[in-house]
Structure formats: C-alpha cells, structure tokens
Design a binder for this molecule. Structure first.
Ligand SMILES: Cc1ncc(C[n+]2csc(CCOP(=O)(O)OP(=O)(O)O)c2C)c(N)n1
Ligand SMILES: [Mg+2]
Length: 329
C-alpha cells in the first residue's frame, strides 16, 4: 500500500470509532430508538477486509453493521439519520441500526436474524458466477452464528457449486451474554468448513495488515478458482452487546486486558514506526472524525421523519420497477 492508502485505512477506522461513540451519546439522550449494536473494537476486520475488494465484489453482514457501512463508503449523515429514524437515512428511516443498506456500493445489509445473511451471501456468489463476473461475495457473521443450520446449508451449496464466496467469522468470543466456550464445540470455528472440503484460516482480527493478507488470499481463490473459503478473525467487542447490557457475563479486568490489543492503537503504532504518520497528523484525523460525527448528528436532528405513506413503500420488491432502474446486474 502507498502511504496515502495506509492513512486512508487509519482514517476509516477512526471515523467508525468516533461515529459510534457519538451514537452511544445520542442513544443515551433518547434520540435513537430500537436496537443498536456497536462495532467498537472490531474496526480492523471490516476496514481491512473490505479494503482488498474490487468494484464488483458484494458485501453482506449481520446487525452489527455500522463499521461495514462506513467502510464501503456510506456517509455518516445517511447512517446517523437512519439511526434517528429520519427520512434522509439510508433506509429512509425505516430500518434503523440493524438495517443499513447501500446497493449502489454493493452493500446488502444489515440483517437481524442470526445467520440469516449467510444463505444470502451464497446467493450473491451464485449470481456473480451465473453472470460470469470475476468477483466474489464477502459474508460476515458472528461466532454465535456458526452453529445455525442456515450457515451449514450455505457452506454446503458454496462447496458443491464451487461458488466464489468468502465467509468471515468475526469471533469476538460472545454471542449476547453467552461465551464461546459455552456455545461452540470444536477447536476452531472456521474449521466448520472442513466438513464441506472448504479451505479455512484462523487469524488475528485486530491486526489490519493480517486481515488484509488473509482476506486477499481467500478473495484470490474465489476469483481465480471459483472456490469458497471460511475465515475466522479473532477480535473483541469493548462495549456491551447492545445499548442495554449489564455485562454480568464478563469481568471488567477481562475487558481492560483486551483493550491492550485495540486494533486502532495497534495500527497507529505501525504507522508511527513506519514514519507514515506523525502524532500531530493523527490528532488532526481524530478531530476531523469527531467533527464529522457531530455534524452528522446535526444533519439527523434537522431531517424530517418519513411521511406516513412511506409505511407502504419498499415492503416488497417490484421486479419490473427494480430491473428498469438497476438493470440485470
Ligand atoms: C435466529 C436468531 N436467534 C436469536 C437471536 C437473538 N440474538 C440476537 S444477537 C445474538 C447473538 C449473536 O452473537 P454473534 O453471532 O456472536 O454476533 P455478535 O453480536 O457477537 O456480533 C442473538 C442470540 C436472533 N437475532 N436470531
Ligand atoms: Mg460474537
């Protein structure tokens, strides 16, 4: 990567962190309703993996989707407005935190059913192969989704039909209040791929360079050989599962210990050591991210709620209208 590209990835991670810290404040002020799950601590996974993609590659994830949304290039304004339930939000204020979407950026959400996005990721890969595109789908899921039947059905079809699919398990060691040790058998989660003769890899998700390297290998396999891969990135979430989580299932000491491996601090140190960035530039990036987040709150507050007739739009896709607007691909 060039120095500019490295700085861009640092900026993206900082923007995600500051955006979500601002979300938490607004949530606590009662401005945001519904579920809201932050990605704080996992930024390197979305930013690193999405950074190796090309323009035709497709992305889909679960409900912890703010990081992926910003990493694909969605604006803070459309994301914050969505959290506020405003009409200027990416889903016209009707989706909220769990349903960020940007089809124009090949980002297919934002899904609330654990594991529900995994067959859809297989479908995206199927479509790419069917349309003869040299591209792949990237499907993110949590450690709590690996034992869902839908995930295994998806893996089976990906392997059987040799689909260009990459599954990224973001192992943050908890599914709500249930620790990995209490929910999953087997030595590695990515090893679920063995049953389907799929390649798999387990790596440190907090290290952006590692995430890029490992994802790039899987993406190349998908594009050159049309074969699927399961990746497991080990990471950690520093905040509660959602906004109301007393966190009785883990100790404060555990969280503090994990904070020593903060992905942003780690990458920041790399860039300092490499002489790519100075402390002063980092502060400027941080200040700009804070201002952007705060401006997005102003934007959201000033935006209107969706009009009543919007209740009935976007409920089902009208094929004819959709295809006329977006074309076959
Ligand atoms: C099918 C289904 N079962 C249960 C739930 C309730 N639920 C919401 S989040 C969650 C935990 C999932 O954890 P994980 O997959 O590790 O993702 P993380 O929250 O750590 O990102 C559960 C059980 C759900 N949304 N869908
Ligand atoms: Mg988890």
């Amino acid at each position: 990567m060039s120095a500019g590209e490295k700085i861009d990835l640092f900026t993206q991670m900082v923007r995600i962190r500051r955006f979500e810290e601002r979300c938490i404040r607004s949530y606590q002020q009662g401005k945001i309703g519904g579920f809201c799950h932050t990605y704080i601590g996992q930024e390197s996974v979305a930013v690193g993996s999405i950074s190796v993609l090309d323009k035709d590659d497709q992305i889909i994830t679960a409900y912890r989707d703010h990081g992926h949304a910003l990493a694909v290039g969605m604006t803070m304004n459309e994301c914050m407005a969505e959290l506020y339930g405003k009409f200027t939000g990416c889903s016209k204020g009707k989706g909220g935190s769990m349903h960020f979407f940007a089809p124009d950026k090949r980002f297919w959400g934002g899904h609330g059913i654990v594991g529900g996005q995994t067959p859809l990721g297989a479908g995206l890969a199927f479509a790419l192969k069917y349309l003869d595109k040299k591209a792949c789908s990237l499907t993110y899921l949590g450690d709590g989704a690996v034992n869902q039947g839908a995930f295994h059905e998806a893996l089976n079809l990906c392997a059987l039909w040799k689909l260009p699919a990459v599954y990224i398990i973001e192992n943050n060691y908890y599914s709500m209040g249930t620790s990995l040790l209490r929910s999953s058998a087997g030595e590695s989660l990515a090893g679920r791929g063995i049953g389907y003769d799929m390649e798999y890899e387990v790596a440190n998700g907090n290290d952006l360079y590692t995430v890029r390297e490992v994802t790039a290998r899987a993406v190349e396999r998908a594009k050159k050989e049309s074969l699927p891969t399961v990746l497991e990135f080990q990471t950690y979430r520093y905040r509660g599962h959602s906004m109301s989580d007393p966190e009785t299932y883990r100790t404060k000491d555990e969280v503090e210990e994990k904070k020593k491996f903060d992905p942003i601090a780690l990458y920041q140190q790399y860039l300092l050591d490499e002489g790519v960035l100075t402390e002063k530039q980092m502060e400027e990036i941080d200040e700009a991210a804070k201002k952007e987040a705060s401006d997005s709150v102003d934007f959201a507050e000033e935006s209107p709620f969706p009009p009543e007739e919007e209740l009935y739009t976007d409920v089902y896709v009208n094929d004819e209208i959709y295809l006329a607007k977006h074309g076959q691909a």
